[in-house]
Design a protein around this ligand. Structure first.
Ligand SMILES: NC(=O)C1=CN([C@@H]2O[C@H](COP(=O)(O)OP(=O)(O)OC[C@H]3O[C@@H](n4cnc5c(N)ncnc54)[C@H](O)[C@@H]3O)[C@@H](O)[C@H]2O)C=CC1
Ligand SMILES: O=C(O)[C@H]1O[C@H](OP(=O)(O)OP(=O)(O)OC[C@H]2O[C@@H](n3ccc(=O)[nH]c3=O)[C@H](O)[C@@H]2O)[C@H](O)[C@@H](O)[C@@H]1O
Length: 454
């Protein structure tokens, strides 16, 4: 059976490795973070991703999944090497390829036979070709009598649904110049995909661009609907109904038209910037993507403005307490990278508000990464503790557990009754409008309560 190595055990590498091990492939996952490797070897996942703990336990039990901190071991022991290290944004927006470079240099140094190297990380156009060129050179310099094939095979999974997306992806895109690499990836995917999945074979550059184009297009959709949401509030229209009306046209589709506080996460913000950077380097300014990124920044600012307008006519929020439910950039993940909550809470803090926060999975990372909030933001044990004595409640992330919190009790425990629903989760819920001054995104339907109106 094909021996698989995965370099990088983050959301992509760990899930991909665990899924392949679940299908009987011998998989070794490697990471430079020795602490992570230690925990993983004991079956402890460093990330929260539904279904992952079970896969991890099963793989370890069956002996198909193992972990190492040694690049040399994983490279020597694998036929196929998936590169799944991070490619974060640099200050100027371009992708930082330092981790990719480390991995590729190690492959050039330690490869001891033919291999297929698969770029799963999101990498700017031209990276796979330069990896292939580098590896060719490295093998020639050692007079190695074998070849290393390179394929770009971008990943499209969503966090929070990473396991199910891995088992049933919308498509598999493979960019390569090697027929052997094509066959190898077909074999690997054929064994693990649950259903018929379209394959698209292209050249390296096209595959790399499909990834950036897809994420950027989704970002454009979200920014488009968010801009309309701001306008809808001014003209008395309702963004939920606008999106529904648009989405009925199958050419538009109803997906990714949910107005909110702006997109976040480790990918849309960085991938839009990286595509803009590729455009700049090639003398093409990408106006649409650039506007989507700018609109996203505006959207986050507008959320804090909106809260300040309602609570203090746009003035200082000194003396006001705001309770924030949800810190992660989306539900079912502990990931807070580029989460809108960060900018919006900073907006509230800079206006003098006291901020309390609760998130089912994001607080550990927030405490670790957003250290400037130490002693400033009060992290709570529960939604009820968070809401207690607050002037306003902000639903930042639509965790399913926030659907029914015993709203009567929550409303009674608060000092003020403002409810900012940044995800429009309760837009059609008369109960919430009865209990709170309710502010959805993208509609200015009465924010006053029925009780108050009586
Ligand atoms: N997070 C997501 O939902 C998706 C991410 N991607 C892309 O996949 C790539 C990985 O993303 P994540 O899994 O989120 O990253 P992550 O930041 O969660 O994990 C990356 C891992 O790589 C490790 N690493 C760094 N240098 C290494 C080296 N030289 N050798 C071995 N391991 C090394 C890090 O210690 C870390 O554990 C990125 O390019 C990202 O854009 C693509 C689709 C979805
Ligand atoms: O390259 C990546 O990392 C991944 O990026 C996204 O996945 P992910 O970031 O996990 O999350 P999404 O569900 O796409 O949401 C991204 C952001 O957009 C926001 N969003 C999404 C949809 C919507 O209608 N409105 C909206 O505001 C979410 O709240 C979140 O902040 C893509 O959906 C994946 O296909 C891709 O593989």
């Amino acid at each position: 059976m094909v021996k698989i190595g995965v370099m990088g055990t983050g959301y992509v590498g760990l899930v991909h490795g665990a899924v392949l091990a679940g299908h009987g492939f011998p998989v070794t996952c490697m990471d430079v973070d020795a602490g992570k490797i230690g925990r993983l070897s004991r079956g402890q996942s460093p990330i929260y991703e539904p279904g992952l703990d079970e896969l991890l336990a099963a793989g370890l039990r069956a002996g198909t999944l193992s972990f190492t901190a040694s690049a040399k071991d994983v490279i020597r022991g694998s036929d196929v090497l998936f590169i799944a290290v991070g490619t974060p944004a640099k200050e100027d927006g371009s992708a930082n390829l330092d981790h990719v470079q480390d991995v590729v240099q190690a492959i050039g140094r330690y490869a001891n036979g033919p291999k297929t190297v698969v770029c799963k990380s999101t990498m700017p156009v031209g990276t796979a070709r330069s990896i292939a060129r580098y590896l060719d050179g490295a093998l020639k310099a050692r007079n190695a009598p074998y070849r290393i094939d390179v394929a770009s095979n971008p990943e499209f999974l969503r966090q929070g649904k990473a396991v199910s997306d891995s088992l049933a992806p919308s498509r598999v895109v493979v960019g390569t110049e090697s027929e052997d690499a094509k066959r190898m990836l077909q074999t690997v995917y054929a064994a693990h995909l649950r259903q018929e999945v379209p394959f698209l074979f292209t050249n390296w550059e096209t595959a790399e661009m499909v990834k950036y184009a897809s994420n950027s297009f989704l970002a454009v959709k979200i920014s488009f609907v968010n801009e309309l949401a701001l306008l809808a509030e001014k003209v008395g229209a309702n963004i939920g109904d606008i999106a529904a009306g648009m989405g009925l046209d199958e050419r538009i589709s109803p997906h990714f038209l949910q107005a909110g506080p702006g997109y976040g996460g480790s990918c849309f913000p960085k991938d839009t910037q990286a595509l803009l950077d590729v455009g700049r380097r090639n003398g093409e300014e990408l106006f649409v993507v650039s506007a989507a990124a700018a609109a996203n920044e505006k959207q986050k600012r507008r959320m804090a403005d909106k809260i300040a307008e309602a609570l203090a006519f746009g003035g200082s929020l000194k003396g006001k307490t705001v309770a924030v439910l949800g810190l992660s950039f989306k539900p079912e993940t502990d990931d807070i990278r580029y989460a809108p909550s960060y900018d919006i809470i900073n907006g509230l803090l800079s206006r003098g508000a006291a901020v309390k926060a609760y998130c089912p999975q994001g607080m550990k990372q927030a405490k670790r990464q957003w250290t400037e909030w130490d002693g400033i933001v009060a992290y709570c044990e529960s939604e009820a503790e968070c809401a207690q004595h607050a002037d306003a409640l902000v639903l930042m992330t639509e965790w399913p557990q926030f659907r029914d919190l015993g709203w009567d009790r929550i409303a009674r425990s608060m000092r003020g009754g403002h409810f900012f629903d940044l995800r429009n989760q309760f837009a059609d819920d008369p109960r919430i409008r009865r209990l709170f001054r309710y502010y959805p995104v993208g509609s200015n339907e009465p924010a006053y309560t029925l009780e108050e109106a009586q």
